[in-house]
Design a protein around this ligand. Structure first.
Ligand code: NAP
Length: 301
């Protein structure tokens, strides 16, 4: 395929970053966009990360060779039902959703032999949302996991991989269920823990007038960054990846109980062993180029 016409359905953090990155790297002949609200569509045109916006998803995809779904997980199926009949033959659908088995299961029965679907998930993001949050470098030197199954067209997989590589990502492949299990521990559980600890502290501040906010720089505020992530997106992630999240939550609770018991019995050796191992994990993430080693995550305060 020479340069494809690309449609972006959903123009928030990920949709706008795709638009910026596709433009920066000259990967699309035309980028059309659709989002639910007129306000977001107008803002996308003003910022200029799309070439055209449309009042319906069907209109946005008329000439598209590749369509990216960049919306919350719960609306992808109904958007796909709306657009598939009007797509060109051999058009490729792909998505960026944070859970993969559910999307594959929902979209596979809708494909009519003319259309291909390549499930994807860029391991890149921030806690911000909306069309102003995106930037062209978001995907650079970050993994993009594609989870095709045995029925997925290899040509479509190659086209989607080429686009992600063109935006600076390292593309890798995984079975969808395995992806969901890995992401349950690396992404979904940390978000659940952050939502919970911030919720508990907020309640405590209410109940006891304690000074949680004032002294937040001692650790709490790093959880608040994660816990400020979009509520709709994260509601959908937990509902869509229920089994894997519950499995990881079970393991987490067992380990937490072991730490609780060590504190109770004054077992400093156990605590020191666990904390030494976890510091090693941080070092490996920095070595793998997935974070900076600047103190305080590079913050100046
Ligand atoms: P976002 O900033 O909240 O943007 C969501 C976009 O979807 C908005 O443009 C919104 O339109 C649109 N939308 C919502 N409901 C819609 C509907 N019914 N029809 C059409 N458009 C609709 O979210 P995001 O962070 O970009 O996340 C999008 C997807 O990327 C999610 O599936 C998420 O799992 C995945 N993801 C996110 C991250 C991350 O760090 N944020 C990382 C990797 C993958 P309006 O603005 O008009 O409401």
């Amino acid at each position: 395929m020479s340069k494809p016409n690309i449609a972006l359905i959903g123009l928030g953090l990920i949709g706008s970053s795709l638009g910026h990155a596709l433009k920066k790297n000259g990967l699309a002949a035309h980028i059309s966009g659709y989002a639910r609200s007129a306000e977001t569509r107008a803002r996308a045109m003003e910022i200029g990360f799309v070439d055209s916006v449309h009042e319906t998803a069907q209109e946005a995809v008329i000439d598209a060779d590749v369509v990216f779904f960049n919306t919350p997980l719960s609306v992808i199926k109904s958007l796909a039902e709306d657009i598939i009949p009007g797509l060109k033959d051999n058009a490729i659908l792909t998505d960026v959703g944070s859970v993969k088995a559910c999307v594959l299961k929902e979209l596979t029965p809708l494909l009519d032999g003319r259309i291909h679907f390549v499930p994807g998930h860029p391991i890149a993001g921030t806690e911000q949302s909306g069309p102003d949050a995106g930037f062209a470098e978001l995907f650079e030197e970050r993994w993009c996991i594609l989870t095709p199954d045995e029925n997925t067209s290899l040509i479509a997989v190659e086209e989607v991989s080429k686009l992600w590589r063109g935006m600076g990502s390292d593309v890798t492949f995984m079975d969808a269920d395995h992806h969901d299990l890995v992401l349950a521990i690396t992404s979904h559980l940390p978000h659940l823990i952050a939502y919970n600890i911030v919720g508990t502290a907020a309640q405590l501040e209410n109940d006891t007038r304690s000074e949680v906010i004032k002294y937040s720089a001692s650790g709490f505020r790093d959880f608040t960054r994660i816990a400020s992530s979009d509520p709709i997106m994260w509601r959908d992630i937990f509902l869509s990846n229920k089994d894997a999240v519950l499995e990881m939550l079970g393991r987490f609770s067992e380990d937490l109980t072991a730490l609780q018991a060590a504190i109770r019995r004054g077992d400093g050796r156990y605590l020191e062993d666990v904390f030494t191992r976890t510091r090693g994990i941080r070092d490996s993430i920095i070595e793998a180029g997935q974070d900076t080693d600047s103190p305080n995550f590079g913050r100046d305060k």
